[in-house]
Ligand binder design. Structure first.
Ligand SMILES: NC(=O)c1ccc[n+]([C@@H]2O[C@H](COP(=O)([O-])OP(=O)(O)OC[C@H]3O[C@@H](n4cnc5c(N)ncnc54)[C@H](O)[C@@H]3O)[C@@H](O)[C@H]2O)c1
Ligand SMILES: N[C@H](CO)Cc1c[nH]c[nH+]1
Ligand SMILES: [Zn+2]
Length: 444
């Protein structure tokens, strides 16, 4: 059966409406996910471990058994054994990826420093950067396993100096992936708990009898995980909304259509709700990509997921020219943008909103997923308009430092008092004035 994928043309009168319908989650799906998540979170908050056990049994088919929550803790010895037992090629690849991710994030840390400066009267002002104490990292595990996401979440936390890194990962039917455990050993995760979904997010946010509440929850996940993170924000920090994967390819028609087809598959295979879109000014080339998609699909092991994803949320879009493609890319604000074109920098300069931008036909998005070095946890659902890739900065916070000299208090005190009286806040004004020698109202 040929693939059903939407074919749009920016010249169509209803193009904008069709594009926004494609970008929006189906409202009913969205609402039903959100209300299911609200109920799970409420229950976890009220009943703690007992609720987490029940939902883990229901969604991942693992009864806690007599051991209760302890059954979900993976001891350090098991992480170390997984690493020791890994085939050499897998261990080598994980270690190479980890080293590259570490180098990139070390560079990021150098950009986020303490600073201070001294004013003429001796007042010192500055900023201090400190790591978070305890973070929760969500590693997805429902429809695929993600050792790469262990590295992408844990390494920046470690580089930032976070002391406690609590990793949650669902293990459907109790099947633990050895590369995931090995990656946790390589990345220096503090504790691994095999729970997932909204119940894991709730446990990390509110704390339970056996899980201490964290300060921030980061990491990607499916629509349930994304909805849960949205809901617990405020009780804890979150990094961003990193939901079902997305790829937008801008192609001038000069790349092998099989390469483009496989790149579209690469994100579609994550999830039925993933989104893969091609923008191209060349109608004949789009037809060749469609032919590649149909020819290559039967050979894909995850063809059922790909078919649903491309059928429901994918599109092949004919645009006027590459300039218009860049404008549409800014509207879509995709998680991943591939610019598969001659002179990709020319077009990249016109794109403002995308989680990660891959330039040129050799920069397949899949390389970024695993081992280039920049983080693969990226904003989805158009949130790249205001969010950034996961980074060292997500695991740090800044404090302002103010050391006012006696001389500084004389001048600043007068300014502050005027503003405070203006706001009707007398105690503020007096607090400043008490430090100003000879100010009216001071006992001299
Ligand atoms: N944006 C990024 O940076 C990024 C990176 C990697 C993966 N991803 C995305 O992460 C997602 C991973 O999804 P996944 O499903 O494989 O794993 P997941 O761990 O995110 O979700 C699995 C959990 O979802 C919950 N769940 C499933 N069906 C449910 C239901 N009907 N009701 C309540 N809870 C339910 C279960 O608790 C289960 O443990 C994919 O969408 C993938 O595209 C995104
Ligand atoms: N493409 C995902 C982010 O959307 C990351 C990933 C991990 N493994 C494979 N892909
Ligand atoms: Zn991927």
């Amino acid at each position: 059966m040929p693939l059903q994928i939407a074919k749009l043309d920016s010249a169509q009168p209803d193009f904008k409406r069709r594009l926004s319908a494609l970008l929006a989650f189906e409202a009913t799906t969205d609402e039903s996910i959100d209300s299911a998540v609200a109920a799970i979170l409420h229950d976890v908050k009220a009943r703690g471990d007992a609720a987490v056990l029940e939902y883990t049994n229901r969604f991942d088919r693992i009864p806690g058994g007599a051991a209760g929550m302890a059954a979900f803790d993976v001891p350090q010895s098991e992480l170390d054994a997984a690493l020791a037992g890994l085939p050499a090629a897998q261990r080598g690849a994980l270690e190479t990826a980890a080293a590259r991710v570490r180098v990139f994030h070390q560079r990021q840390k150098e950009e986020l420093r303490d600073f201070s400066f001294t004013e003429a009267d001796g007042t010192v002002l500055g900023q201090r950067v400190t790591p978070l104490d305890r973070v929760g990292i969500y590693v997805p595990g429902g429809k695929a396993t993600y050792p790469s996401s262990v590295l992408m979440n844990a390494i920046p936390a470690q580089v930032a100096g976070v002391k406690e890194i609590i990793m949650v990962v669902p293990t459907p039917d109790g099947v633990k992936n050895q590369m995931v455990l090995a990656a946790a050993a390589i990345a220096g995760v503090t504790r691994v708990i095999t729970i997932g979904g909204a119940q894991a997010v709730g446990a990390l946010a509110y704390g339970t009898e056996t899980i201490a509440a964290v300060d921030k929850i980061v990491g990607p996940g499916n629509a349930y995980v994304a909805a849960a993170k949205r809901r617990v924000f405020g009780t804890v920090g979150i990094d961003m909304i990193a939901g079902p994967s997305e790829i937008l390819i801008l192609c001038d028609g000069s790349t092998d259509p099989d390469w483009v087809a496989m790149d579209l598959f690469s994100q579609a295979e994550h999830d039925e709700l993933a989104q893969s879109i091609l923008l191209c000014p060349d109608a004949a080339y789009i037809a060749r990509v469609e032919e590649s998609l149909n020819r290559l699909l039967p050979g894909m092991t995850r063809r059922d997921i790909i078919r649903v994803s491309l059928g429901g949320r994918g599109a092949l879009v004919k645009v006027r020219d590459m300039l218009e493609a860049c404008e549409i890319a800014n509207t879509i604000a995709p998680e991943h943008l591939e610019i598969s074109a001659e002179n990709p920098r020319r077009w990249a300069d016109l794109v403002r909103h995308a989680g990660a931008i891959f330039l040129g036909r050799f920069s397949s998005e899949s390389l970024g997923d695993y081992c280039c070095g920049p983080n693969h946890v990226l904003p989805t659902s158009r949130t790249a308009r205001f969010s950034s890739p996961l980074g060292v900065y997500d695991f740090q916070k800044r404090s302002s430092m103010l050391h006012v000299s006696e001389a500084g208090a004389q001048t600043l005190g007068k300014v502050a008092a005027v503003l405070a009286y203006g706001e009707g806040l007398q105690a503020h004004a007096r607090s400043a004035e008490l430090r100003v020698k000879g100010a009216a109202g001071n006992a001299q």
